[in-house]
Design a protein. Structure first.
Length: 333
């Protein structure tokens, strides 16, 4: 073979070589996703979720045609679903939920006509719902919430305008208090997680742009502190490959690290990022293995993390996936 023919052959093969290398790079990312027992209820997106012990609870949502009010519990140990007492408020989606102890809480949301600010408590021991003092902020959708230090927190979202206000709920006195607003951008469709008694908020959308700033809340001081951006906004090398910004993504915590996956930023996302709170740095890990989607929900026991439901441009989903963060996936995607 002449040098000229060899050179021509290499030019033809280069795209395939680069593609193979790129695929290998994806496969080498740590983490392996396992599909577990499909959700027993109707496929849905924009549902709310909370975790109590080793059970994840999925409530409300949108089928693509109607709002829902049913509640289901997923047992992480037995890999099984059980239907529970339905949410007694108006059926809705884009509500927000969290847990304090063995109780779950749900508030806000949207039903295609109205925004809501009612607030409800679910007792997992007795399988009963009770209405509580209403959320004092404006009725809204797309808010975020978390339970922390025996109190609940709800903030941000959209009520016709983008929002950044925050409120704390005391279950002992059934009362609310407005706290310092999150810094930086207003946002809807954000995600949040709790690690070591502090809450973290990132992602979301504001006026057609995807939010880049990242914040931590300390309940002892009642203050927010800004962390490194989740996009390539610095002159340093650490964020050169960051592509984390999105809206309607989902997060969970395993062994003191947070994981964000799915969502959308112009297109649907399946990439997954791991956050280390000690270093304030993110690492790209194995992409979500189910159908690419947005508007999912998640369960997190602190030791295990799951993604359930969601939607694509044409479908709502009823599958559930668990990430094993220390394994590698040797199967082709």
């Amino acid at each position: 073979m002449t040098h000229k023919r060899l050179f021509t052959l290499l030019l033809i093969m280069l795209p395939a070589i680069f593609t193979a290398c790129s695929s290998d790079d994806d496969d080498d990312l740590i983490g392996k996703w396992y599909r577990v027992s499909d959700f027993d209820g109707l496929a849905r997106s924009d549902a709310s979720s909370f975790t109590i012990g080793n059970k994840g609870y999925l409530v409300c949502g949108w089928t693509g045609k109607k709002c829902l009010s049913d509640l289901w519990a997923y047992d992480m140990e037995t890999d099984s679903w059980t239907q529970k007492a339905s949410f007694p408020g108006t059926a809705r989606y884009l509500a927000t939920a969290f847990n304090i102890g063995n109780k779950g809480y749900l508030g806000t949301g949207f039903d295609n006509e109205s925004y809501y600010n009612d607030f409800w408590e679910y007792d997992s021991t007795n399988n009963t719902w009770e209405q509580k003092a209403p959320f004092p902020g404006s009725a809204r959708r797309g808010a975020i919430s978390f339970g922390l230090g025996g109190k609940g927190y709800i903030g941000s979202g959209f009520d016709g305008n983008y929002l950044k206000d925050f409120y704390s709920f005391n279950p002992l006195s059934n009362s609310w208090e407005q706290i310092i607003s999150i810094g930086g951008s207003k946002r809807t469709g954000a995600t949040c997680f709790v690690i070591n008694d502090e809450a973290y908020v990132c992602c979301g959308q504001n006026n057609g742009d995807y939010v880049k700033d990242f914040w931590k809340f300390n309940p002892s001081s009642g203050t927010w502190s800004q962390l490194r951006d989740i996009a390539d906004t610095s002159d340093d090398d650490y964020d050169d490959d960051y592509n984390i910004v999105r809206t309607n993504g989902v997060s969970f915590v395993i062994d003191g690290s947070a994981y964000i996956s799915c969502g959308e930023s112009g297109s649907l996302r399946s990439d997954t990022w791991k956050y280390n709170p000690q270093t304030d740095l993110w690492e790209n890990v194995a992409k979500f293995k189910g159908t690419t989607r947005t508007a999912t929900a998640s369960f997190s026991s602190g030791e295990r993390g799951f993604i359930v439901s969601g939607k694509s441009s044409t479908l709502q989903f009823d599958d559930i996936w668990e990430l094993h963060p220390y394994e590698y996936d040797d199967e082709d995607y």
